[in-house]
Design a protein around this ligand. Structure first.
Ligand SMILES: [Zn+2]
Ligand SMILES: [Zn+2]
Length: 405
């Protein structure tokens, strides 16, 4: 590892904390990160970088490159997400959300601060870079398709990145550990809304109605047969109906029921099976009961898969930053993450940075109203991605050989 990276990343801690707490105090929902993007863009400009804003609505991109770089030099992409969640914060922290009902409960405030730290170090050392770095600050990771929006807006166009790297702080992992996983890390996540229409009527005259509540109940039960009886037990799959809304009064038979749910998988064949069976099961049950239905799919994220080369590079980097004994692997989780969109087009690695510290009370799960993380891990995130950028760009120069620890 470059000798200055760890030292300079550690020196950034007070600034990282200040930035992170500012974002935490002022959380913004997906595609509404106007203030956050403004703070990021101003910081990047202060570092003397060329900055583009409004990419995928509220995304920000900055380029870091040495003077006199060859046109055909390689580009590596580093991605950081910026959005918060619709959650009422209950941490009681002095820097708690001042935007009631909106909270940074996934750690993206930390990711944004880490990205600003990486930008600062890379800009300071840009003339040592053997290529260029594209810094991507992404909106709307939480189920709203921010990565796709940025890509559709040209985030991967000239210069095209050869590889991409990103990170997630992880509050279920001890704060000195880092997870580097070749292959699938997180799952494909498909979110659906299913509207079932019957015929409403008096609660005392069921024979004149088609009861949407009853039909939807049958559908919920039948959907569980997809995992139990259609998916190969050796594969991994989840079908969850998380929301069921139907009817208005106890003596009125409901005309319409709306179910919302999610399906998770790793393999493309399994994902196709889940999506096909969702439709077939709804069609069969509704037809049998005389109801009609409509399915709309939202936020369909492919699985987050690290390439062999990307994971190997990140492992070498992580060994240097936290020591080999702290680089772990874990079973794949069913969480979805739209970094997958970047990894699918520019293979690389998404690394998890442990941020739990139960002794200090940092152990709440992500997306919980009491979520917080150990802030002292942020320099680790800065060092990992700064070194990964240098290591990736040095690969081509050295003819593709992996750097030594
Ligand atoms: Zn999240
Ligand atoms: Zn997240």
């Amino acid at each position: 590892m470059r000798e200055w990276i760890e030292r300079e990343a550690n020196e950034l801690l007070p600034e990282l904390i200040e930035w992170r707490r500012d974002f935490h105090r002022n959380p913004e929902l997906g595609f509404e990160e106007v203030r956050t993007a403004g703070v990021v863009a101003a910081h990047l400009q202060e570092q003397g970088l060329e900055v583009s804003t409004g990419i995928g609505k509220t995304g920000v991109i900055a380029m870091v490159e040495p003077d006199g770089l060859d046109e055909d030099s390689e580009t590596v992409l580093l991605r950081f997400d910026m959005d918060a969640l619709p959650i009422l914060e209950e941490t009681g922290l002095p820097f708690a959300s001042q935007n009631p009902g909106v909270m940074h409960a996934c750690g993206h405030d930390g990711h944004t601060a880490i990205g600003m730290g990486v930008a600062k170090l890379l800009a300071r050392h840009r003339n040592e870079l053997p290529g260029r770095v594209k810094l991507v600050f992404q909106p709307a990771e939480e189920g709203l398709g921010g990565a796709k929006a940025m890509i559709e807006d040209g985030a991967l166009d000239e210069p095209q990145p050869a590889a991409s790297y990103g990170l997630h702080l992880w509050s279920r992992l001890p704060y000195k550990q880092v997870v580097v996983q070749p292959g699938p890390l997180w799952a494909a996540a498909d979110i659906f809304t299913l509207t079932i229409r019957g015929q409403g009527g008096h609660g005392a005259t069921p024979h004149d109605t088609i009861d949407a509540t009853y039909v939807a109940s049958q559908v919920v039960v039948a959907l569980q047969s997809i995992v139990a009886r259609n998916a190969n037990p050796a594969d991994t799959a989840v079908v969850t109906v998380g929301s069921f809304q139907s009817g208005t009064a106890g003596n009125v038979i409901s005309e319409q029921a709306v179910l919302k749910g999610t399906m998770r998988s790793f393999e493309p064949e399994v994902r196709d099976l889940l999506r096909a069976r969702l439709d077939e099961v709804c069609a069969g049950v509704c037809q049998a009961m005389g109801a009609t239905y409509e399915i709309s799919m939202q936020s369909c994220v492919p699985p987050t898969v690290n390439s062999e080369e990307g994971a190997r590079l990140m492992e070498v980097v992580a060994n240097g930053v936290v020591g080999g004994e702290n680089v772990a692997q874990i079973p794949p989780m069913m969480v979805g993450e739209d970094m997958a969109e970047f990894l699918n087009r520019a293979p690389g690695c998404f690394v998890l940075v442990g941020a739990a510290n139960p002794d200090e009370g940092f152990y709440s799960p992500h997306h919980s109203p009491t979520f917080d993380f150990e802030e002292s891990v942020m320099p680790t995130g800065v060092a990992l991605l700064t070194e990964a950028a240098f290591a990736q760009l040095s690969l081509r120069q050295s003819g593709g050989d992996m750097p030594e620890g």
